[in-house]
Write a protein that binds this ligand. Structure first.
Ligand SMILES: [Zn+2]
Length: 99
């Protein structure tokens, strides 16, 4: 077990406050009895995992949106790339005809 690198306060169903943490290896832990005594993934850990997945997805979407607008600007510049395109188009056209 590595050291905890990030912690989140959570509230259990009974209103108890617990702390979910993740260590440097990505292993989750919780201060609730379910995890402490049984080392079983509890609802708190699951909730944090979902929350992080949502956050990471939002970050990725943001990067894609930002990257896309930057690419769109760059793609217009090189004209040379277009020379290779007709060959590719013919190849795919042939494939379509072969079917
Ligand atoms: Zn828990």
């Amino acid at each position: 077990m590595g050291r905890w690198v990030r912690k989140w306060p959570v509230e259990g169903h009974s209103g108890n406050a617990y702390v979910v943490a993740v260590d440097e290896f990505g292993t989750y832990g919780c201060s609730c009895p379910r995890w402490k005594f049984h080392r079983a993934e509890c609802d708190h850990i699951r909730a944090i995992k979902i929350r992080r997945a949502v956050e990471e997805t939002a970050e990725k979407v943001e990067m894609i949106v930002l990257g896309f607008s930057e690419d769109a600007r760059i793609v217009r510049k090189p004209v040379e790339e277009k020379k290779n395109r007709p060959r590719k188009l013919n190849d795919s056209a042939r494939m379509v005809r072969a079917k």
